[in-house]
Design a protein around this ligand. Structure first.
Ligand code: AMP
Ligand code: MG
Length: 468
């Protein structure tokens, strides 16, 4: 069983203020015609001491953006650049969001409350700075499903409907508006470093490395890593370790993020920013989530490559302040770490004991072939193996036969629920109930079922191969 997130008192700690001059621009939230609370995360509000807020206070903070006590006096729209579909774009940054507050959890980790849809900023270009209510509902569904599947993800903290009519080419319009708040381990992206490198702000680049190491600490690089004591090298090792596990977690979840641009890559390794995501309806490496991804650059099977490529862009950005050979050595760890994490996460999901990376990787490959051959929904297939409702088929059953069941997971079989997947038809039907009848129950029910699923699966394994 997974234990509930730990409760902690409110501990404001706006560390970003030390670098605010060059990392962001102070902004104000849009004045919305309405602020109606639609979702408050009652699992995570307690982890940052905000469970005691009344709904009215909640709306004042997360719909009107009255500052939280002793926190940022004014929100900060963060500056960053990024590679979007491999093309460098210096014209981005928080165009419809900002950093609203920073606080510590019970483990003393620094968390951000950041927004999406809170209004225009100096980085909005032609955009309206808004988020559709459907987009917000999709953020809730993606984060709750990923969390249940043991993926390191930002949490959707709050969704408030804001009463505007928005026009979007990818939704029937006019469509309803919302402002979302996410809870995450910072908003420092690979693109934040790329911007400083591209502008030649070497001192700030080094300062951002120091900020990242201080605020999001990680293990020291392996003994044999060249220049392992240098801050930029240390950071790249940590980011490679974290993102290799993130890539593995997507593959075992059957999740396609859709927009793995460098501005969507948090150096804390936490997955975030859920737009055109999909879960696989069938095992298909070429399955693409975003309609605008015509080349399939970010299709299911190419996600590890895309994330590795993003790590290489961080290495490039760090070049002005670090030794190239040492950066390359850090980057080259990605592939082995990815495979170790893939094996570990697969065994966890299937409830079996690892037979070592080589055998496990063969099993992963055979599993994909079996799921594809059986035309099964991946999530149903995983559950059927874990809960022994079927032994799989063909070669996979033979391979699986040599694996022992992980008895520490066995008790879960009593907790087996109906499989909770997240296919597009269900997503659309949850949204249709809201759009057509303002009926929020299908969404509430789904969230409850996903939380039960996560409780039954228990915590994901610690990332493999971390240096110490
Ligand atoms: P995304 O693809 O959501 O990561 O966004 C890429 C960039 O476009 C970021 O700089 C966003 O802030 C910006 N952006 C996306 N949608 C809007 C919008 N409706 N208004 C203003 N900026 C936006
Ligand atoms: Mg983004």
């Amino acid at each position: 069983m997974r234990s509930l997130p730990q409760a902690a008192p409110y501990r404001p700690d706006p560390q970003i203020q030390a670098i605010a001059d060059w990392i962001g621009d102070p902004v104000d939230a849009a004045g919305f015609p309405k602020a109606q609370l639609r979702f408050r995360n009652d699992r995570y509000d307690r982890t940052v001491g905000l469970a005691e807020l009344s709904d009215e206070q909640w709306v004042q903070h997360f719909g009107r953006f009255d500052p939280l006590p002793d926190n940022l006096p004014r929100p900060l729209a963060l500056r960053y650049h990024g590679h979007q579909f491999r093309t460098y774009n210096p014209q981005i940054g928080d165009g419809r969001g900002f950093l609203y507050a920073q606080l510590r959890d019970g483990d003393n980790r620094l968390l951000d409350l950041g927004t999406k849809g809170s209004g225009q900023t100096p980085h909005s270009r032609d955009g309206d700075g808004r988020l559709t209510l459907k987009g917000a509902v999709r953020e809730i569904l993606a984060t709750e499903m990923l969390e249940a599947q043991g993926v390191n993800t930002s949490k959707t903290f709050s969704v408030i409907e804001t009463g505007e009519e928005l026009w979007r080419s990818d939704e029937p319009s006019p469509t309803r508006s919302a402002v979302m708040v996410r809870l995450s381990h910072g908003h420092i992206r690979i693109g934040s470093f790329q911007r400083l490198a591209s502008l030649g702000e070497k001192d700030n680049l080094a300062a951002l490395v120091d900020y990242a190491l201080a605020q999001y600490p990680g293990p020291t690089p392996p003994d044999d890593a060249p220049a392992r004591d240098e801050p930029a090298i240390m950071l790249l090792h940590q980011v490679v370790e974290r993102l290799a596990d993130l890539a593995a977690s997507y593959m075992v979840a059957g999740f396609v993020h859709g927009v793995l641009n460098t501005d969507n890559m948090n150096i804390s390794g936490e997955s975030f920013d859920y737009g055109p995501w999909r879960w696989l309806p069938a095992w298909e490496g070429g399955f693409t989530a975003a309609y605008f991804d015509q080349q399939g650059l970010y299709c299911f099977g190419r996600q590890p490559e895309a994330i590795h490529w993003n790590c290489a862009q961080l290495a490039n950005a760090l070049l002005p302040i670090a030794d190239k050979g040492a950066l390359v050595a850090a980057l080259n760890r990605f592939s082995d770490l990815y495979h170790d994490n893939l094996a570990r996460r697969m065994c966890w999901r299937l409830g079996i004991i690892s037979q070592g990376p080589d055998a496990d990787l063969n099993l992963f490959k055979a599993m994909g072939e079996s799921i594809a051959g059986a035309k099964a929904v991946p999530e149903e297939f995983f559950d059927s193996i874990r809960y022994r409702t079927s032994a799989g088929s063909g070669e996979f059953a033979d391979l699986l036969g040599s694996y022992d069941r992980d008895e520490t997971q066995a008790a879960d079989s009593t907790a087996r629920q109906e499989t909770q997947s997240m296919l597009i038809e269900e997503v659309e039907s949850i949204w249709d109930a809201i759009a057509e009848q303002d009926d929020w129950k299908p969404l509430t029910d789904k969230i409850a079922a996903l939380r039960e699923k996560g409780d039954a699966l228990g915590p994901a394994p610690e990332p493999a191969g971390l240096s110490g």
